[in-house]
Design a binder for this molecule. Sequence first.
Ligand code: NAP
Length: 246
Amino acid sequence: MNLAIVTGTSRGIGAAVARELTARGWSVMGCARGPAADGLAGARYHHRELDLSDAAAVEEWFEGEFLAVSRLAEAGRVGLVNNAAVLACSLVRDVDLATAARALSVNVAVPVWLTGLVLRHAPPCPVRVVDLSSGAATSPVAGWATYCASKAALHMAGEVLAAELEQAPGLAGRDLRVVSYAPNVVDTAMQDELRALGAGSFPRREEFVAMKREGLLVQAAGPAREIADLLEREGLPPHSTLRFEP
Ligand SMILES: NC(=O)c1ccc[n+]([C@@H]2O[C@H](COP(=O)([O-])OP(=O)(O)OC[C@H]3O[C@@H](n4cnc5c(N)ncnc54)[C@H](OP(=O)(O)O)[C@@H]3O)[C@@H](O)[C@H]2O)c1
């Protein structure tokens, strides 16, 4: 059985990835605070309404019922798509501590922890981890301190894991590959949210308004197909950095 865990499947890229994978015959375990997006139903898809900023709820679900429902321990191939993320835009001057802490939890702590959960519970089968990244991981954007920091941190955590696979006793030989994957600028609710911000918290807002107006946004199905391909791919290096190009 090919089993994928995809976070943030109520809409956007995560929903498109889950649709693509179920169409290819994967079993998909999805989660989000809201219900599953349209088109995600049936025997191959299981949805959990879960707030990933709630550490206790995350541990309770994934360390408990999830393991039985997903049959992770029996999988022949495992894909983890760390997709759920929030923007938490504000100038550094105005950062709200609780909002930043929740965002860092959803965008970094949970993806890293979930990768560890897969390592602990998956059998010694091929494991592919795709961490949704962004140009924001390497380029500063005014108003995105929390988001940029979170994407940079997630990227580095993937590189650390690749080093651990070489150096840590007990991990050598695991067929686990990590991809830090930037999906390009995608026409989702996250982009709607950016365009709705005031220039006071997001000085480059007009550029993003213009990109939408000029039809430059990518549809989620494109990166979703490439992410599904990555979960099925052999021959990847321990860590790679890729970007969707339409
Ligand atoms: N769109 C872009 O242009 C773009 C560009 C570069 C990178 N990315 C990255 O691609 C990924 C997906 O982005 P998207 O554009 O599809 O975003 P989106 O449309 O805003 O969807 C985000 C998903 O994450 C879930 N989520 C957010 N907070 C959550 C929480 N606390 N608990 C559980 N689920 C939560 C949302 O579900 P609920 O609200 O129902 O919880 C939703 O399903 C993100 O990692 C993003 O950083 C996007």
